[in-house]
Design a protein around this ligand. Sequence first.
Ligand code: ZN
Length: 104
Amino acid sequence: MPPHLRLTDEIAESAALYALGLLSKSERSSIERHLAEGCSVCQTEISRCGDSLALWSQQGAVAPRASLRQKLLQSIRERQVTSAKANSPILLPSAHSGRLKRGQ
Ligand SMILES: [Zn+2]
């Protein structure tokens, strides 16, 4: 696949799983091929995830893999929710509720 132009949720999740070593062999090698093609977006995200992991273990907060994965995926989801809120238009109350009809 061609280098990415910007970070997407999918990349963030793959990068997190890659940094945690939780990808399957084929997923892993496809990411490594992709990195070898010089995608700086993926490279940056993976090293960012790696830094977080290093930080957690330095702090002595070494958790079992499953909970580490959960924590990381949760933080990704929270970020997705935040950006989804920022991007979506404000929903107005439905104009078809009928409560605004006049004359009755
Ligand atoms: Zn990429």
